[in-house]
Ligand binder design. Structure first.
Ligand code: BTN
Length: 248
């Protein structure tokens, strides 16, 4: 996979720009990166706090030739790639909270927002990755629940090195995904890196109900299986869950 990096000092949202570029026909591998986002977006319409030089704000355009049912696995794949970089480059011990939040010491360090769009060149998927580099400017409401590479290692990481390692890992797992049995291989990699895969007591808030139970693996498309108290298996798709919390 070839990457072309497009850099911005300040931008509304790297995902929005990548969506725009994909619509205009940009090739797979175009990456948008910015020092600051003025309208950084999180999942469920939330704001992604994107202070200047305090995070990696990065989006990549994919034009995946994979079965549609496996598309949700692209976010799980991205989480696997980020996790490896955090472990191998910074010596951290990250955990993937289903489906694709990355935590270190129980605090969120990275969020991933994947968005699909139909373009004249076919379906494009934008994977947006936000990694906290330093915590000094966190708004007070995030102080308890978020962390950063800087806070965890006492060093502010080099953004260029991080980007290089991340794109290399990403390309590596994307090749694996596209290979024979790729979806299964990605599921296995994700399962190994997530304490949420099995036996985690959780509460999942969906639009119309709240599900309590113990996690028991993921489906072939990455949906989470939760076994409720009466032994029923509920299958939760990433898009339908508003909030997932472990039950302490
Ligand atoms: C989440 O956890 O809610 C997902 C957060 C995703 C944030 C990244 S930062 C780069 C890209 N551009 C955006 O506007 N959002 C994603």
């Amino acid at each position: 996979m070839n990457f072309t990096i497009l850099r911005f000092d300040s931008i509304e949202s790297t995902n929005s720009e990548a969506l725009r570029q994909a619509k205009l026909g940009a090739d797979e591998g175009l990456c948008i990166i910015a020092n600051e986002q003025t309208k950084g977006r999180g999942r469920h319409g939330r704001v992604w706090n994107s202070e200047k030089n305090a995070g990696l704000y990065f989006s990549i355009i994919l034009r995946p030739k994979i079965e549609i049912r496996f598309l949700p696995l692209l976010t799980l794949m991205s989480a696997v790639a980020v996790t490896d970089v955090l472990r191998q480059t910074f010596g951290l011990n990250p955990d993937i909270k289903w489906a694709n939040d990355i935590h270190v010491n129980e605090k969120k360090i990275c969020g991933i927002l994947a968005e699909a769009i139909e373009t004249k060149k076919g379906l494009a998927v934008i994977v947006g990755i936000g990694i906290n580099l330093k915590s000094s400017n966190f708004p007070p409401e995030f102080a308890e629940s978020a962390t950063s590479i800087g806070a965890e290692t006492n060093k502010i990481p080099n953004l260029e090195k991080l980007l290089e390692n991340l794109t290399a890992k990403f390309a590596n797992y994307y090749e694996i995904f596209k290979s024979e049995n790729g979806a299964e291989k990605i599921r296995q990699q994700w399962t190994r890196r997530s304490s949420y895969a099995f036996g985690k007591e959780v509460r999942a808030v969906l639009t119309n109900e709240t599900v309590y139970g113990k996690t028991c693996g993921i489906e072939e498309n990455g949906a989470l299986r939760i076994q409720t108290e009466n032994r029923e298996i509920k299958i939760i798709q990433a898009g339908e869950v508003e909030m997932l919390r472990k039950i302490p």
